[in-house]
Design a protein around this ligand. Sequence first.
Ligand SMILES: [Zn+2]
Length: 568
Amino acid sequence: MTLTENGTSDYVIVRSANAVASEKRAAEELQSYILQISGVNLPIVSDNSDTTKKEIVVGKTNRPCDTLIDRTALGDDGFRIVVNDKTLLIAGGQERGTLYGVYSFLEEYLGCRWFTSTVEYVPQIKTIVIPKDTDNSQTPAFMLRDTSWYCSFDSTWREKQKINFKMLNWNNISSDYTKFVTFAGPVGHTLNYFVPKEEYYETHPEYFMIDVNGERRNAQPCLSNPDVLKLVKQGVKRLIEENPDATLFSVGQNDGGDWEQYCHCPACAAITKEEGSFSGNVIRFVNEVAEYAKTIRKDVKIHTFAYQYTQIPPKITHPVDNVLVQLCAINCNHADIYENTDKAFCDDLKGWSAICKNLFIWDYTTNFNHYLTPVPDFGLHQKNMQLFRDNNAVSMFMQGNSQSINGEFGELRAYIFAKLMWNPDCDLEKVTDEFMLGYYGAGYKNIKKYMNILESRKSDLFKIATAPENIINLSLPDLILCDNLWDAAEKAAADDAQLARIKRSRLQLQYYKSVAQKAEFTVINPLREKSAETLYHSIVDSGITWIQERKQLTKNPDFSKKASTWSE
Ligand SMILES: [Zn+2]
């Protein structure tokens, strides 16, 4: 079917007179991009108008073709793009599906790409022809999808990339057109919110844990104490009442890297022994909270963690239906896919999958002690995500550097994660190449070669906060080659904006050299402080303000020291 021919068209875009915000937006975005692509401004008409022969029907309407849309099967986010005689129908779930369908149509059939919120590709096509046999239904592999890379904090870009979730609700992203699913109240490590040690440790030390040596500590509450359960129930009740539209609430163990940091009192220890893991204590506790929450409002769901010492699933107790368990890959070795590097984690994943209907995943995609250092993990994500999908995970959260713009490959990561979370079987190499060409320009193959060098020089074991020199071992000849590749990429830049993007991503190599004290940053180079000063100003000029989790770039750097010390 021919939608536009040499800059003219008889088609109209039809939407319902009662279209919801996301459907109105879908019709307008379709109109806007078809205008940019072909120069034709298709009118948008309501379905109150008489049916004409040539219609692009967007969303739920009174047109007979609406019977082709099975909204129950498509859910909130799914859609169908189908040609029916001379009608093109793009419709799906009213929450987001129709809008996602329009963006997917523009991507897959017309060739638009939205690499970042500011870098897009819109082709020029005077005659738009769509195959007559087009019939494309899509639903996401994971019901909830989020990444926290800083560059992803743009509601329009998120809608274009079908990111529908905000795992961390402190960011202020919101849209006039679609709803991002999120939690009400605090998220994640929330037990201290419900049972604050600041308020109770002195007056009620019995609310708190006994450590492995028999000492009372305030790091976690004791989950066998009935008053602790009461406090958490009260807190959840208050949050439910304060947030009448919210369904997701979070009751999670406090943070702390210590594997023994959970309650070993006789009552807790007996449960841990029975269940084979402290996760048994957590699930018994959270089950009680969730059952209670359901009596307040039956659509409420309670989120908790399988994290650190609760990673191993319980032997006896299963999470009740309205408990969401988020398994965190925090201790995984990122040198290879998790099936190869961390059999214990994969066994735990399978264990949780067998007992939990609502399995969420939290994965880690930056180095949290060195936001700027290269992380050669691009070979992992597709296989890992397929593994999560195959084990029935319903939600993916790909945590990145959320604190400022990034000096590594943050934009590439956010883009490929969005594509993988929608469809883990997508053609990742094609997706990656398209991004790199669109974002870095004609010299992108040099950057790919650089990435291949990193891949070939990575160690067998690195995690989410490993020192840069222990992740990759680049020799002086490697470093010279890497710099040559970045030089070539810069030389091919089409404009200043593209050059600035290349230079910002290149900071990772300089940062690595500084921290590993190699090449111009070697301690015997009398000019190394000059190199350090140049690097510092490049970081500042590129807009980077955070260089590790919770540590900002300092205004008073010591250039005799490694770049990793320039924080405060
Ligand atoms: Zn206890």
